[in-house]
Design a protein around this ligand. Structure first.
Ligand code: PMP
Length: 306
């Protein structure tokens, strides 16, 4: 993450300086995890900046706010306009946008009814999430932490509270010398990585866990399903067991930050031939072309900043 102090931040309706975008330590959302956020990538396309599927990201954010009864007072259109204004003001060539909705200052109990809700949007530079390893393929380990079940907290909402789960799993991966972890649902199905969804390839077909298995319904996952559908690549949204991962021909992770990242080893087993598989490489290259506006068929996924 590269922070340039001259950047602006949009906060509760105003563009302010990066260094002024502060909150009090007693902010309710900080203490109780009552926050929902997004991550949106913006790519250089045709000499301009284009936000990838911005509407869909803000739809997920506003849906999350409804689930958790957070009244933010801005609709999807307002948030898109605020983001475009921010991107224009910051003038970065490529950018990662991080909107966050959180309960405010003034309450010292989990009761959030009167805590108030703030909304902030930052934009900053972000390179490849897995660095050089994204090209060669990464290794993963199974986490001992389960992904939270839907009767505890909604796995479908990108809430800050859910990321303590991801953070614990990610530390286990780091301890094991792996790049990522794989979390399983409470009933033993493959769910996802700490901040990415997962696909496997078997006999030329794509398989990814269904939303019922406790995953965040990723926008990148959805993009891959749509891309595959248009090219006649067969896709299944079905539960996956641990051994099916080990025996897959190919495995890859996908997410806004990590884009499409090949997985070449899991729990000390070699996946496929131990190198990024052919379908993974095709999808990765194709996704990169789409996000940069080089595939006219998917141009409506790009929101240009004029
Ligand atoms: N699962 C988790 C837990 C994530 O944090 C992310 C990243 N937002 C994803 C999946 C992928 O979602 P998306 O493709 O919308 O970025």
């Amino acid at each position: 993450m590269k922070i340039i102090p001259q950047l602006k931040v949009w906060m509760d309706g105003a563009y302010i300086d990066w260094d002024d975008a502060n909150i009090h330590v007693m902010t309710h959302g900080l203490h109780y995890g009552t926050a929902i956020f997004e991550g949106i990538r913006c790519y250089a396309s045709e000499g301009r900046l284009a936000a990838f599927r911005m509407n869909d990201h803000y739809k997920r954010l506003t849906d999350g706010a409804r689930v958790y009864r957070m009244k933010m007072g801005y609709g999807i259109g307002d948030l898109c306009d605020a983001t475009k204004g921010l991107l224009k003001a910051n003038g970065l060539k490529e950018s990662y946008v991080r909107p966050i909705v959180f309960t405010g200052y003034g309450e010292i109990s989990p009761d959030m009814a009167d805590a108030g809700v703030s909304v902030a949007i930052c934009s900053l530079e972000l390179g490849e999430y897995f660095g050089a390893r994204a090209q060669e393929g990464i290794t993963c380990v199974s986490s001992s932490w389960k992904r939270m079940a839907p009767e505890y907290l909604s796995p479908h909402v990108k809430s800050s509270a859910n990321y303590l789960n991801s953070a614990m799993a990610k530390l286990e991966a780091r301890d094991a010398g792996a790049s990522e972890c794989i979390l399983y649902s409470h009933d033993g199905h493959v769910a996802e990585a700490s901040s990415a969804n997962i696909f496997l390839v078997r006999d030329g077909e794509l398989i990814t866990p269904p939303t019922e298995d406790g995953i965040l319904p990723g926008i990148t996952r959805d993009s891959i399903l749509e891309m595959a559908c248009r090219r006649g690549i067969v896709c299944h949204e079905k539960s996956i067991l641990r051994d099916e991962l080990y025996l897959a021909d190919e495995v890859f992770l996908c997410g806004t930050a990590s884009e499409i990242t090949p997985v070449i080893g899991i729990d000390r087993r070699v996946i496929g031939k131990g190198a990024p598989g052919p379908l993974t490489c095709i999808m990765r290259e194709w996704y990169s072309r789409i996000t940069r506006g080089l595939d006219g068929e998917f141009r409506d996924w790009l929101d240009f900043v004029e």
